[in-house]
Write a protein that binds this ligand. Structure first.
Ligand code: 25A
Ligand code: L14
Length: 339
């Protein structure tokens, strides 16, 4: 079996760490794995399976010795280095928002539009979508295929790990301060995140939505290859560490019963349905999502206010299916069919 040389860029971050761990877990056929980050981290060690590997400085790294680059160093860094890596013959799977909306760069959720991976050749870059969009689309694809979706109303409940490690620390520190009756510090988020909910993720846009919300609009239409799907999101940060949850309310083109939807979802790839009408008969971020691969769907019910409406609750690990796992699944298709 052919083996591949893989660079993980942003290897010391919340997503990069997961990339290294999932590469080892899934026994991705690697020859050499390179951990790459900023000069701040160069020389440090990170774990890859049972091994410790050294972190390389991105500014000095030669991508011509790699086949695949899994990037998550933030949009501005990817903007500069992903095209450089691609020019050196490395196929880049980029987790940042930098390239997602460029027409000649595929934006891929393998369960939804794996065929787009073939279009990596033009730029040598494939974009990994936003975490909230990925888990929502895995859950909606079977319904889109069955009857079509007219409109999506979604409210998200997003974990702090999406912001990065410093946000996980801020949540811990604020909890500790509150328990000790000390004043809290807000450095990462503009208001207290401990025991709170902030209706604000990423920057505010001119239309009053946030960029995280607009990502869900733009990315849904691009990945589903259907500009007619209307999306109305509200994205909310909550004091959960790992795992995003979403209340998804859709208007279908034709009525689907809750039972039919449940059956379609249960048969679809990447989905686990947990939907019992009893206490605890639903998935949550902490009890099911954290540390696991599936997109979990529960609370599937017909909307009592709309003849073609359906409601559901969707949960997944934002650093795994929402980021690192999805990237590695893209890389698995790449090596199976393309490189
Ligand atoms: O711009 P975007 O697309 O919105 O993405 C913004 C952020 O979201 C995360 C990711 O953070 C990204 O930075 N992210 C991206 N895609 C995501 C997704 N799909 C996602 N989150 C969820 N889902 P992250 O924490 O996961 O990763 C950050 C990594 O990027 C590396 N990095 C930063 N600047 C770099 C760079 N690599 C190369 N060159 C640069 N110039 C970063 O590496 C990390 O791996 P690092 O070397 O900065 O190491 C992080 C360690 O260093 C400490 N630290 C951070 N900043 C400073 C610092 N120390 C001193 N001074 C600083 N200014 C941290 O505490 C950490 O321990
Ligand atoms: O666009 O903060 O992929 O939860 C991923 C993490 C945006 C923000 C992206 C979060 C980022 C998101």
């Amino acid at each position: 079996m052919k083996k591949y040389d893989v660079a993980v860029v942003g290897a010391t971050g919340a997503v990069g760490e997961q990339m290294l761990s999932i590469l080892a877990q899934r026994k991705f056929p690697v020859n050499n794995v390179y951990a790459v980050a900023s000069s701040r981290s160069a020389g440090k060690k990170v774990s890859f399976g049972d091994a410790e590997i050294e972190v390389h400085d991105l500014t000095k790294f030669d991508f011509s010795k790699t086949h695949i680059g899994l990037f998550s160093p933030g949009a501005s860094i990817s903007k500069e280095y992903a095209p450089k890596a691609a020019a050196q013959g490395c196929v880049v799977v980029d987790n940042t928002s930098q390239f997602r909306y460029e027409d000649d760069i595929p934006l891929v959720v393998p369960e939804v539009n794996a065929h787009q991976i073939a279009n990596y050749k033009t730029r040598g870059i494939i974009a990994n979508p936003n975490c909230s969009t990925i888990q929502m689309l895995v859950a909606l694809k079977p319904l889109q295929d069955a009857v079509g979706i007219e409109r999506i109303n979604v409210a998200t409940y997003q974990a702090v790990s999406g912001t990065g490690k410093e946000a996980i620390d801020e949540l811990d520190q604020q909890c500790r301060a509150i328990f000790n009756n000390e004043p809290i510090k807000c450095d990462v988020y503009p208001k207290q995140i401990a025991f709170n909910a902030l209706p604000h993720i990423d920057m505010f846009m001119e239309n009053g939505y946030t960029k995280e919300e607009m990502k869900m609009v733009w990315e849904t239409q691009k990945i589903m290859e259907d500009d007619s799907i209307l999306v109305n999101p509200t994205t909310v940060r909550i004091p959960v560490k790992y795992g995003h949850s979403e209340a998804v309310h859709i208007e279908l083109k034709e009525k689907l019963t809750a039972q039919k939807a449940r059956d379609l979802l249960a048969a679809a790839p990447g989905i686990v349905v947990i939907d019992e009408h009893k206490d605890g008969g639903y998935p949550t971020a902490v009890s099911e999502g954290e540390g696991t691969d599936p997109v979990y769907v529960g609370r599937i019910r017909e909307d009592i206010s709309h003849p073609r409406g359906l409601n559901m609750w969707v949960v997944s690990d934002n650093l795994r299916k929402g980021a690192a796992l999805n990237s590695i699944q893209i890389a698995e298709v790449l090596i199976k069919n393309h490189i």
